[in-house]
Design a protein around this ligand. Structure first.
Ligand code: NAI
Ligand code: MG
Length: 358
């Protein structure tokens, strides 16, 4: 078993160090190999995703990724920007299913944007399709309009599209995930207005025939955005396209308290995956030792569960995270009156100690 460790930029290096510490204390037999990515790789090798880093990621069973990006690279041409590394990895590894669990820990309900009673015990899973939709559809560009409301004026356009196999495979992923949870899937679309999402709804419904034990509900995206803040606990697994998933998963993140708590996984057909916190490189707090490492530590737990077939080790990490929260330890982003503020390293050490004690 080989894990490619790509810390990246900003707080990426700080939080990855803690996750690596946690993985090591589990005493499992895997090899960890580190390589530069993002701005760090641009500095070292002139490219955000150097050949050697890509080769390591491809050869590994899983990739543990920190975060990339910094304001100082904003002026670089697009292909050299740090964020291109993550797009390149998704493409090269064929990662099409993005899992974002939104869990509201009992001790952190006060940090949520919603009333505690609405989020206490929240545990939902948003599955976002990653390869299709308006983000990648061709043609796209700028031109002079020949029709529309202002013919002759400058316009820009993108193309929303989904192929049948793309929808089928993400639907299978969602129904299979639901089988391991509460057997309910909400498919989010905009079938009332968009042909692409009428097709999405039709194909998801067809695939559902193979999962009679799972309940399927369809919901328009505007309603889903409302329901997520009105009654988020009514959801269990939510599956949707690339753009709606981008937006809804950030909305769901705010229900849980801090983006510093949220892990994510991006998987391909072979269950090979890239695991990373949902947040970015947080240049505003980088180097201060105050970033919350729990999102990355929980991403490592997802990696053990989904790609490395070590569900028990994953459960040990999750229990240790619960335990440090119950002890009242908090990084600055989740701190509240009456709890103890700890640094990134202290939080990592506490998780390690809780694993050792458990
Ligand atoms: P961000 O997620 O890095 O930060 C947003 C806010 O959340 C900041 O105030 C930050 O301090 C805070 N925050 C984030 N993670 C935290 C943690 N673990 N503990 C405590 N506080 C935390 O998003 P932002 O500021 O929009 O982007 C910063 C850079 O990160 C940009 O260059 C962006 O392109 C990049 N980015 C990279 C991603 C990736 O590597 N997958 C994803 C999102 C953004
Ligand atoms: Mg986003």
């Amino acid at each position: 078993m080989k894990i490619a460790v790509l810390p990246g930029d900003g707080i990426g290096t700080e939080i990855i160090a803690e996750a690596v510490k946690v993985l090591r204390v589990l005493d499992l037999s895997f090899e960890l190999e580190t390589a530069p990515v993002g701005g760090a790789a641009y500095e070292a090798a002139g490219h955000p995703l150097p050949e050697s880093t890509l080769a390591l990621a491809k050869a590994a069973d899983a990739v543990l990724f920190g975060a990339v990006g910094d304001w100082k690279y904003d002026k670089l041409e697009r292909r050299l920007r740090p964020e291109q590394a993550i797009l390149g990895l998704r493409k090269e590894l064929g990662l099409f299913a993005n899992f974002r669990p939104a869990i509201c820990y009992e001790q952190l309900t006060h940090a949520s944007s919603l009333k505690p009673e609405l989020v206490a015990g929240l545990d939902i899973l948003i599955i976002r399709e990653l390869t299709g939709d308006i983000y990648f559809g061709q043609p796209r560009g700028r031109r002079t309009a020949v029709d529309g409301h202002f013919p002759g004026s400058e316009e820009a356009f993108d193309t929303m599209r989904y192929s049948r196999p793309e929808i089928e495979r993400i639907a299978h992923v969602a129904f299979q995930a639901a089988r391991k949870r509460n057997k309910k899937v909400t498919s989010v679309d905009k079938a009332n207005v968009l042909e692409t999402f009428q097709f999405w709804k039709d194909v998801v419904t067809e695939v559902h025939a193979q999962y009679p034990d799972v309940e399927l509900e369809h919901m328009y995206v505007d309603n889903a955005a409302m329901q997520l803040v009105k009654a988020p606990k009514k959801f269990d697994v939510v599956v949707t396209g690339n753009m709606f998933g981008d937006i809804l998963s950030d909305e769901a993140a705010m229900l849980t308290g801090s983006i510093g708590m949220l892990p994510s996984a991006s998987l391909n057909a072979a269950n090979q995956g890239l695991y990373e916190p949902s947040h970015g490189s947080a240049p505003d707090i980088a180097g201060k030792g105050i970033a919350n490492p729990l999102a990355t530590i929980l991403s490592a737990a997802m990696m053990l569960k989904f790609s490395l077939n070590q569900p028990e080790a994953a459960a040990r990490i999750e229990a240790a995270v619960q335990s440090v929260l119950a002890q009242g330890l908090r990084t600055a982003d989740i701190w509240s009156e009456g709890t103890r503020k700890v640094s990134t390293v202290e939080m990592g050490d506490a998780v390690v100690a809780a694993i050792a004690a458990g």
